[in-house]
Every structure is written in structure tokens, then in C-alpha cells.
Write a protein that binds this ligand. Structure first.
Ligand code: ADP
Ligand code: MG
Length: 333
């Protein structure tokens, strides 16, 4: 089923909807000065203006009325407004699924990861979260007929575990030229949580220009967790995580991309179904991740992937195997 939806979509249209206005200056009441203010706060495309709030624009020095007018024009341009149920069906046809390249994982996810939503992989160290992310960077480049999205990937790495050599290995498996595959991956290492947020806040143009269809944040929580210690900093941390995830969500909708995040776990002995661990980030991360997949170790190179949260699919688990080739199916648990 992967890649079968949205047959009539224009492949040159990188956005969720085809924008009427191409650049900021095309929007009514946006001259060069306003456009440069907007760009300064990371709103460089009509798509991201449409997803912005009035407060963001007024904070950048725009008047209330102008802010509202610009946002409205941007929203109309990309058709974000009230829709009827039947129109919603049409819009949802734009949602595509990206194959993981691993048949058992795809079957758990009924074809793969959905665009316009956040998918979280969580689990202990070494359970394969980053390996899955690497593989998605390759499969996103495949033709739609093979479950890909014919686009590039944006990889925000907070743990310094991205390895281009691993991408090259996986690219060969999927019949792609290893060097060409690397060219379609935009990589950024985030040194602090603030830097991580900055990167995403300024990603819209990069996404548009490079036809990015997959955004990865690996891991979402590591910097936040190490920088914000103790109860007195918790509220602040959660507020920033919330903002960061909202930004990711908005980018994923505006550009019809898959957004995959990884998350560490912490011990919680009464978490029976996930072997005594729960993902970091509490309710904020939990509520914003549409699908959550728990990875745990099995024997040797075997891992078990369990779908613990999904808006439309039943829970379930499948075995996978991490090999030289990447993430593959396995028969046993
Ligand atoms: P996490 O991100 O969950 O901490 P990783 O995705 O980095 O974990 O997965 C690490 C696992 O992947 C290790 O068990 C490692 O042996 C395996 N792995 C990494 N590269 C290869 C490879 N080239 N061939 C086989 N296994 C690999
Ligand atoms: Mg990792």
C-alpha cells in the first residue's frame, strides 16, 4: 500500500498544498523590510507563515493588524482554512506512507511512516533507533512505486551518531548510488538544546529547496535531559520541548513530510508492557507523538519493535534484525 495514495498529486509540489504565493514578498503588505524581519525569525516561506501565530509576528515588530492580515493571506494561499468533511478526505489523500525498508516493520505500521505526523522511536541505548533513522534517509529517496517519497532527508543529530558510511552501505542494498544518496541528506549536528531548536526554526527554506520529505531529530530529548536538571527546571524544559515539537509538527504539515524522532527511556518499574522503562519527556512528548514505537533488545542482533501508540492502527509487535545491510525482518522473537 505504500506510496499508492495521492496518485494525482503533482510530484513537483513539495508542499502539502500548492501555494499561490511563491515568496514572502508576493504576500500582500509584505515589502522588503517586513520580509527581512520575517526571515530573521526563521519564517522564510509562505508555508511557515501560514503555520505561524500572530504573537510570533508581532514579537518581530509587526503591527497586530498587519500580522493578522499576512497570516490570513498565507493560510488562504495554501488553503488552510475551514474545510468540509468531504474536502478533508481529499486533503488526507495527500498523506503518504514511507516504507521503512523492513517488511515486518512496515506491516506493523501498515505500509510505513505517515507524512504530516510525528513518529517516535524510543528505547534503550543500542536498540536500533539511529539505525532506523539512517535507513529512512535512504528509503525516502526511493520511487513512490517502491514505497519512497522521491525526496531528500534532513537529519538533526544531537548525539554525534550519524555515519555517512552507514548510509552508503544501506543505499547499495536499495539499489541507489551511495554518493548520490548522501547528496540528498542535509545533515546538522546540534550542540545544545538551544542550537537544536535554532536549527529547526530555520529549516523551512532548506526543506523547500531540497525537496526534503523526511525530517529526523535523533535524539529529541538528550540535550534537554542533560541541560535541564532537577524539578525546578522541569517546567521550563517541558515548555521548550513543547515549542520544539510544535515547530516540527508544523513543518511536517506544511511540507507534507515524515517527521521521525528518537527518544531515550528512563526506568519506571511499574511500566509492565514496556519492560520497566518509559520514554523521556513526559506528557508533552507523549501527546505530540502520533505514533510511538518501542524498541527492545532480543537475542544477538535481533530487536523487537512494538507499536505502543497509534491514531488508527492496533498495537502489536514484530521482530527485526540489525545487519550489515541495515534493518531487516526476522522470523523469531
Ligand atoms: P540507538 O540509537 O538505539 O542507541 P543504534 O541505532 O545506534 O542504537 O544501534 C546500534 C546497534 O546497531 C548496535 O547493536 C550495532 O551493533 C548495530 N550496528 C550498527 N552498525 C552496524 C553494521 N554496520 N552492521 C551490523 N550492525 C550494526
Ligand atoms: Mg542513537
Amino acid at each position: 500500500m505504500a506510496g499508492q495514495s495521492g496518485d494525482n498529486a503533482d510530484p513537483t509540489d513539495s508542499g502539502y498544498y500548492k501555494a499561490k504565493y511563491q515568496s514572502l514578498e508576493d504576500l500582500p503588505s509584505v515589502g522588503p523590510a517586513t520580509a527581512s524581519k520575517l526571515r530573521e525569525i526563521g519564517l522564510k516561506t509562505v508555508e511557515s507563515i501560514a503555520m505561524a501565530t500572530n504573537a510570533e509576528l508581532t514579537a518581530a515588530g509587526l503591527g497586530e493588524e498587519t500580522a493578522a492580515k499576512i497570516i490570513e493571506a498565507a493560510r488562504k494561499s495554501i488553503a488552510i482554512t475551514f474545510v468540509r468533511g468531504d474536502e478533508l478526505v481529499e486533503l488526507r489523500k495527500q498523506i503518504k506512507r514511507l516504507t521503512t525498508g523492513c517488511p515486518s516493520l512496515d506491516s506493523l505500521l501498515k505500509g510505513g511512516l505517515e507524512t504530516q505526523s510525528l513518529t517516535e522511536f524510543y528505547g534503550e541505548f543500542g536498540t536500533g533507533k539511529s539505525q532506523v533513522c539512517h535507513q529512512l534517509c535512504v528509503t525516502v529517496q526511493l520511487p513512490e512505486a517502491q514505497g519512497g517519497l522521491e525526496g531528500g532527508a534532513l537529519y538533526i543529530d544531537t548525539e554525534n551518531t550519524f555515519r555517512p558510511e552507514r548510509i552508503q552501505q544501506m543505499a547499495r542494498r536499495f539499489g541507489l548510488d551511495p554518493m548520490e544518496a548522501l547528496k540528498k541528506i542535509i545533515f546538522a549536528e546540534a550542540y545544545t538544546s538551544e542550537h537544536q531548536m535554532f536549527l529547526l526554526d530555520n529549516a523551512d527554506e532548506v526543506i523547500k529547496e531540497n525537496n526534503v520529505r523526511l525530517i529526523i531529530v535523533d535524539s529529541l530529548t538528550s540535550h534537554f535531559r542533560s541541560e535541564y536538571l532537577g524539578w525546578e527546571m522541569l517546567a521550563n524544559r517541558q515548555q521548550l520541548l513543547n515549542k520544539h515539537m510544535h515547530k516540527l509538527m508544523r513543518l511536517s504539515r506544511a511540507f507534507n513530510t515524515v517527521a521521525a524522532i528518537t527518544n531515550q527511556v528512563m526506568a519506571q518499574p511499574d511500566a509492565f508492557f514496556t519492560k520497566g522503562v518509559v520514554p523521556v519527556g513526559g506528557h508533552i512528548v507523549g501527546h505530540m507523538s502520533h505514533s510511538r514505537i518501542f524498541l527492545r533488545k532480543g537475542r544477538g542482533n535481533i530487536r523487537v519493535a512494538k507499536l505502543t501508540v497509534s491514531p488508527s492502527l492496533p498495537e502489536g509487535e514484530v521482530p527485526i534484525r540489525i545487519t550489515e545491510q541495515g534493518i531487516e525482518s526476522d522470523e523469531e522473537i
